[in-house]
Design a protein around this ligand. Sequence first.
Ligand code: NAD
Length: 471
Amino acid sequence: MKSDPAYHMIIGGKKVSAPSVFEVTNPATGAVIGQAPNGQKSDLDAAVESAQTAFKTWSLVTDDDRAEAILKVSAKLTEHAEELAQLLTAEQGKPLNGIGSRFEVSLLKDWAEHTANTKLPVKVIQDDETGKVELHRKPLGVVGSITPWNFPLAIAIWHVLPAIRTGNTVVIKPSPHTPLATLRMVELMNEVLPAGVINIVTCDDTSSNLGAEMSSHKGIRKIILTGSNRTGAKVMSSAADTMKRLTLELGGNDAAIVLPDVDPKAIAEGLFFGAFFNNGQACAGIKRLYVHEKVYDEVCTELAAFAGTIKTGPGTEEDSILGPLANQMQFDIVARLVEEGAKEGRVLTGGAPGEGLFYPVTLIADIGDDNPLVQSEQFGPVLPIIKYSDIDEAIEMANRNENGLGGSIWSSDVEKARKLVQRLESGMGWVNQHGMLRPDIPFGGRKKSGLGVEFGEEGLASYTDIQAVVS
Ligand code: NAD
């Protein structure tokens, strides 16, 4: 862990303190693990100004040199991978092992390498004796990145690297629940990038809400937000006056549909991690499971049996697979929705809060599709299991929700599942898996789950405007 207990914002390559700080606690123990600066509007203004100054030179750096810089960032962060993973577990709660902090930090390298190697070449759409027409991709200017608390480092990297790669400069603002690992990561990035290319501000969201200020800031050209639908709508409305470019990665209430031809024992592990990955605090995780009546009882039994093999415990214990919920607010949402679900359904396992912010894996069967646990995004370790008899009915229920982030079909007939999954109104359609993201596959939500995509060429292009050069 970092030896200096004080965390600073980084503006123009320099450490900056705020007049006050807010405490960050470890969700596994409740202990204070650090203090983050409660930045003010003047800090945001300074960060935007420094990013604007850096843009003047960074936007002129050659494409190859920018790709090289991304690889240097990757090498620097990889050198500090264990330190970042420890800090992430301390502030977020997720286990060090399994699909936890070390895994999240390892994603930084994959995404950096892919981002460095992706190019947006000039597209020639006419070149003949009557003229020449080229489409050039132009950086936008200052990009504002606003990140949530569930995957603080991975999501920050997903926002920031493509922005820098395409010649933009950045001001990032992490969630007040998990600002520390991002503060440290940006400090490390500043060791290899020119001053002002990436700046970070933090705030408590109570006395100061810099995310809201960023959305209407005249010096920011694009906002990329990963967060809730509610925040997405606010950002969209306050970004209107300045005509900001927007990428909004918002909430999900993903359905998984299990067909009658599956082997319940064989799919139990995949279904489990599709739902309980990151303790259920994943935007594109299974939040509603629809199972055909023919295999319903067996799928419930196998899932409950697999859940019984999973250890929930402090993230620092090397054999913990799931940790605590990341904060009190999320714990309260989960507890309330489990209560609603248990009023109607049959609790197969879990169902009552544990110590502190720990909540046991909870499966609730025989529940109706209208139950709040099914219709809301629970974002925690609880899964409602709904029985269906007709696939058209299951698809209708899956699509009835206002979210449209991911969805999956589980079947031993992959071709049939590939066709059915295309009927789901979701940005990602998986077959016999759920939640896997890759740097080369565009990822984004349909309906209220968001606007635009990240990753792949399409994601990279969203950090640019087109200029058509006609001669
Ligand atoms: P949140 O919307 O409460 O906060 C997200 C970020 O927005 C934080 O940094 C917060 O400080 C900031 N913010 C708060 N008020 C703001 C305002 N008025 N204007 C601008 N920014 C503001 O979300 P959260 O609770 O941190 O994260 C959980 C949510 O994020 C869930 O709904 C989850 O599904 C979603 N999420 C989506 C994806 C995706 O890729 N689609 C990934 C992870 C999480």
